[in-house]
Design a protein around this ligand. Structure first.
Ligand code: NDP
Length: 255
């Protein structure tokens, strides 16, 4: 790598925390950050669920630790906060998220609360505690995983769309507050990506064909399509990007 690229894109010497690192987009982001030189803290619901990602990070020669938490459970998050307060993190990737599907009139309050707790409330709590140390240090990167449904309403996913609009708003609010202290807060809004999150859509032949027909690039995205963008936002090259919701959607929103 040239000295210039090294100075702009290397993450050597930094430590990154990725939530939802067991599979899908979060796993690929963790592996990409490790490939770019970062040490990793992986957050998952169990040590077993993180096994694949852990072995790939270790194979890259990076230091690794794990945090176990069920982000859908306020008590589990409350137990996480003091542990997080002891961690020094340079890059925080708030990736964990869930989706539930139902007609709006039938959607349950239980699902609404579950989605908001997992996608938004825990993200805010984790950002708060991690940012305390970043503020003291005068540097840090926070990358939230938003969605196309941070801009659009989607179909039968009211709680998810509302939570992801809120993630976009929170990203901008935190960027405003923490930018002067050297912390950038940005979000990636992935398009339609092949993960467990979209399995039901891909199994529905009509929806799947309709989605594909609207993507100008003519293919669904992969977790790897998102991972490099997270490296970019974490890297020195992105130092002046703050409060941005970066869509990575093969052109979906341009249509
Ligand atoms: P996956 O279902 O493949 O991965 C979700 C990740 O979040 C898993 O690691 C999962 O852990 C973790 N997670 C879910 N619930 C909890 C919880 N209660 N506590 C801790 N971790 C939890 O989906 P994706 O990789 O697609 O999703 C990652 C992010 O990307 C989400 O925020 C999603 O909304 C967003 N996104 C995805 C898109 C797509 O097309 N796939 C499009 C736009 C946004 P576990 O293994 O324990 O379930």
């Amino acid at each position: 790598m040239s000295k210039y690229l090294e100075s702009q894109f290397s993450l050597t010497g930094s430590r990154a925390l990725v939530t939802g690192a067991s599979k899908g987009i979060g796993a690929q982001i963790a592996i990409a950050l490790a490939s770019a030189g970062a040490d990793l803290v992986l957050l998952g619901r169990s040590s077993e669920s993180l096994a694949d990602t852990k072995s790939q990070v270790v194979a890259l020669g990076r230091n690794l630790s794990e945090l176990i938490c069920d982000l859908s459970d306020p008590k589990s998050v409350a137990a996480l906060i003091p542990k997080l307060a002891n961690e020094s993190v340079d890059i925080l990737v708030n990736n964990a998220g869930i989706i539930t599907r139902a007609d709006a009139v039938d959607a349950s309050l239980e699902d609404w609360n579950l989605v908001f707790q997992t996608n938004l409330t825990s993200l805010f709590q984790i950002s708060q505690v991690v940012a305390k140390k970043m503020l003291a240090k005068g540097a840090g990167r926070i990358i939230n995983i938003a969605s196309l449904l941070s801009f659009q309403g989607g179909i039968r996913v009211t709680g998810y769309a509302a939570s992801k609009h809120a993630v976009a708003g929170l990203t901008k609010a935190l960027a405003n507050e923490w930018g002067a202290a050297g912390i950038t807060v940005n979000a990636i809004a992935p398009g339609y990506i092949i993960t467990d999150n979209t399995e039901l859509l891909r199994k529905d032949a009509d929806r799947s064909a309709g989605i594909l027909a609207r993507i100008p690039m003519g293919r669904w995205g992969t977790p790897e399509d998102i991972a490099g963008v997270a490296v970019f936002l974490a890297a020195p090259a992105a130092r002046y990007i703050n409060g941005e919701i970066l869509t990575v959607d093969g052109g979906w929103l341009a249509r």
